[in-house]
Design a protein around this ligand. Structure first.
Ligand code: ZN
Length: 231
């Protein structure tokens, strides 16, 4: 970090303690953004110029909207490396045109070869399903998870305590969403055309910052059929 950036950082760290109202906080965000950009340019002067020409991400990340699970930071990757779709409880619902459009663009236009469906432990959406909370519109969005919960009810309620139950359903949900993705026409069309496309199923620990592989990795229609017949 160069001298100017260090001075700026110290200035804004001090400012952070003095922020008393929202307008100052907004100003702080813009100043921090400037500092962030300057910091990158200090070591890679052409970083943004090159990025503006094209994106060439290696991964598509389908994750939860939870503010504690930001794709780039979790993967420790800079801008340009991850194409991202997020929604509450990292769901892949085959009638969701938003998600399908993202997946099709990622696979057909960006030629992405790895799609990561990433859940996280302690997911609020999953907890709301188990606790049968009524929260409004989001209850409709979580309806699919309710069905996953009921299908796995005996296993989940056999676990002691709500935390363990939530965490297990987080795992089961993530694997199910990866399977849902493998069942979409977009993915099947890609495999039919011989695309080298793999779907990964991972889960993130918000209490330790670590990713865990749930070992549901699907690279072909045959593998998809094996998983659906022997889950
Ligand atoms: Zn979540």
């Amino acid at each position: 970090m160069n001298y100017r950036v260090t001075i700026l950082k110290e200035k804004f760290l001090t400012l952070n303690f003095k922020i008393g109202d929202f307008m100052k906080k907004l100003q702080y965000i813009f100043e921090k953004n400037k500092l962030w950009a300057e910091n990158i340019l200090s070591t890679q002067p052409d970083f943004f110029k090159n990025l503006a020409k094209q994106q060439n991400p290696e991964f598509l990340w389908i994750g939860c909207s939870d503010s504690r699970v930001p794709a780039n930071q979790v993967l420790d990757l800079p801008p340009g490396e991850v194409f991202v779709h997020r929604n509450v409880a990292n769901q892949v619902i085959q009638t969701d045109m938003n998600m399908l459009s993202v997946v099709q663009y990622a696979v057909e236009a960006l030629n992405i070869k790895h799609i990561i469906v990433c859940g996280h432990y302690g997911c609020g959406g999953i907890k709301a399903v188990i606790q049968n909370k009524r929260l409004g519109l989001i209850d409709n969005w979580l309806r699919n998870i309710k069905e996953i919960y009921l299908r796995n009810y005996d296993e989940i309620v056999s676990l002691e305590g709500i935390e363990k139950q939530v965490d297990r359903l987080c795992e089961i949900n993530t694997v199910q969403q990866a399977l849902n993705l493998a069942g979409t026409t977009v993915v099947h069309n890609a495999w039919d055309k011989g695309a080298d496309l793999t779907i990964h199923s991972w889960i993130y620990g918000i209490n330790n910052g670590l990713l865990k592989d749930l070992k549901c990795c699907i690279s072909s229609e045959n593998e998809f059929l094996e998983y659906t017949q022997n889950p």
